[in-house]
Design a protein. Structure first.
Length: 388
């Protein structure tokens, strides 16, 4: 089975959509895995060592086969958990050791957790959390097997010192904030865009087609300097087999561009809308109150501001992103936007499912048989034939 597909849990009439919105990170800008995760993981380790963790942890390497989105970290016992939608425990790992039977019952007598206990159970539900999940496993594995430390149910003792799993969680979260907010991960990414970012020539075509039938906007949490560098790379085809195609500034593909959105706050009260000076990357003083300007870039704001500037209502918008909470749930529940969740890891799941089942479903065959024509043609596929 090919590596992509579209799945729906509710029918959507695309002819009724008047506006298409995109997140940038892991949506328009797809980071190469596992190279990007390895970079982030190494930066996290370096920061932990810098704040006092044993330098031996630098020996750990990122393993892309271990973490997955949606794991839960138990900050009381240091376990990584996989649970179903009701909180029933499916898998439990302490470090890289998977617990069985009586061991699980020792920690969770009912094999059930209260997922709404946000102080104890932390859901790792974004692609950026993959490195965080793997780091928890590495740290627990290291301290559990290091003879200098005494194992306890809720942490480790070393002489007169006690390190709880909760303090370990706080240190890792602080390291995550440092790596992402200080700019060191972004700097390393921009130093080698070809290694860390996928460039797909179909992206400009997709946005052009969308703009022919509606409006297109970009709403990202990233700052303008980083956004401009990433998007300029994605839309630069001056080299290679598309060198003869006239080049357009990336901003011309969008009717509205908003950076520093601070989602999910963006879908509630939001922040002050300011205009970005695209020459310097600095914000202009004061709240922007004027009309929408062509190729202009704005910072902050809210989803209400987006609707006002574009002249659309919530139901007119289809918004695409990778963050199930920050992009999808909040935009749908608070504003009524239609949503499209990007789940790149599903490609691997489908591959495994296909290999195990030994056959492809007829619907899948039909879908991918027409995918090339649909992608490159303005003609609508025959729905009557697809239903046969």
């Amino acid at each position: 089975m090919p590596g992509w597909g579209i799945f729906v849990n509710r029918s959507l009439a695309l002819e009724k959509i008047k506006c298409f919105g995109f997140d940038m990170d892991y949506t328009l800008a797809v980071y190469k895995s596992p190279d990007y995760e390895e970079l982030a993981f190494n930066l996290l380790l370096e920061h932990l060592v810098a704040i006092g963790y044993p330098p031996e942890i630098l020996a750990y390497k990122y393993d892309p086969t271990f973490p997955t989105r949606g794991l839960v970290f138990d900050a009381l016992y240091g376990n990584l958990l996989k649970v179903d939608s009701h909180g029933n425990l499916l898998v439990c790992a302490h470090g890289f050791r998977f617990l069985k039977g009586a061991e699980i019952l020792h920690y969770y007598p009912n094999k059930f957790i209260q997922r709404d206990d946000m102080k104890r159970f932390h859901i790792l539900n974004t692609l950026f959390n993959l490195t965080e999940a793997h780091l928890y496993a590495c740290l627990v594995d290291f301290f559990t097997n290091c003879s200098r430390y005494v194992n306890c149910d809720t942490g480790y003792k070393h002489g007169n010192l006690f390190m709880s799993f909760r303090s370990m969680f706080q240190d890792v979260r602080e390291a995550m904030d440092h790596v992402h907010l200080s700019g060191c991960l972004k700097e390393k990414t921009l130093e080698n865009l070809e290694k860390y970012v996928v460039k797909d020539p179909r992206v400009p075509l997709l946005l052009s087609r969308m703009k022919e039938v509606g409006k297109v906007f970009l709403a990202t949490n990233s700052d303008y300097t980083y956004t401009d560098a990433i998007m300029s790379y994605l839309f630069d085809f001056s080299q290679g087999d598309k060198a003869d195609v006239p080049q357009r500034p990336w901003r011309s593909y969008f009717d509205l561009i908003v950076v520093d959105t601070r989602k999910p706050l963006f879908f509630a009260e939001g922040t002050v809308l300011r205009q970005v000076d695209t020459d310097t990357g600095k914000l202009r003083i004061g709240t922007y109150t004027g009309p929408l300007q062509h190729c202009a870039v704005y910072s902050g704001g809210s989803s209400d501001v987006v609707c006002d500037l574009l002249g659309v209502k919530g139901k007119d918008i289809l918004y695409m992103g990778d963050h199930i909470f920050g992009d999808i749930l909040k935009s749908k529940k608070r504003q009524g936007w239609r949503t499209f969740l990007v789940v790149p890891e599903l490609a691997r799941e489908l591959q495994v499912w296909t290999e195990k089942s030994g056959e492809q479903c007829q619907a899948g065959d039909t879908d991918f048989a027409v995918q090339g024509e649909v992608a490159w043609s303005l003609l609508h596929p025959s729905m009557a034939k697809l239903r046969q």
